[in-house]
Design a protein around this ligand. Sequence first.
Ligand code: ATP
Length: 198
Amino acid sequence: MTKRIGITGGIGSGKTTACRIFAALGIPVYYADDRAKWLMQNDPKLVAALKDAFGEKTYDEQGLLNRPYLAEIVFNNKEQLSILNGLVHPAVKEDGIQWDEQHQATPYTLREAALLYESGIDQLLDQVITVTAPEDLRIQRVIERDGLSAEQVKARIDKQWPEEKKVDLADFVIHNDGQHSLIRQVYQIHQQLSKSKE
Ligand code: ATP
């Protein structure tokens, strides 16, 4: 059976960059965070549930998700955030299971999610890879990538599980610290995962 592998890591750790290398090696990658955004716009069941929970204003007149409105509701309100996650995370899980069914002709598939453990997606997976990098470097990378301030990046980091916890739970760890070759580490894990199917 095709193994289901998860890949996670804090903001700016380099998950997506690592996934691009796996994808170049022919491995199908499911980007859970991007897919969640897509489902919030396009999954009729989820759209209806979000309207029920947060009101008609959740979508504008054209039917587009009103992100600033939703962000305002859940920002700094744990209860509302957990209601939102309680609707979105199961939808992503279900969607991921269907995606898996379409990708059987490969030694393993990869599922990328920043909140892999936090959302419980890890329970569906055979093994998990954590990408880690020193916090200063992560902050620097996100400032350069997204144009955020250091404080804004730190606020996001504080909302995620500590990196060490993800490292402890992982089956494989990629050190994307600028000192160790990212390509080499990805390739070694790829070789192990490709072998272990037999
Ligand atoms: P997020 O959780 O915010 O989506 P991420 O973990 O997916 O972040 P990436 O987007 O892969 O992180 O990387 C963050 C930024 O750092 C990107 O601009 C990427 O190009 C850069 N980056 C990642 N790894 C390296 C590296 N080894 N060398 C140089 N730049 C890197």
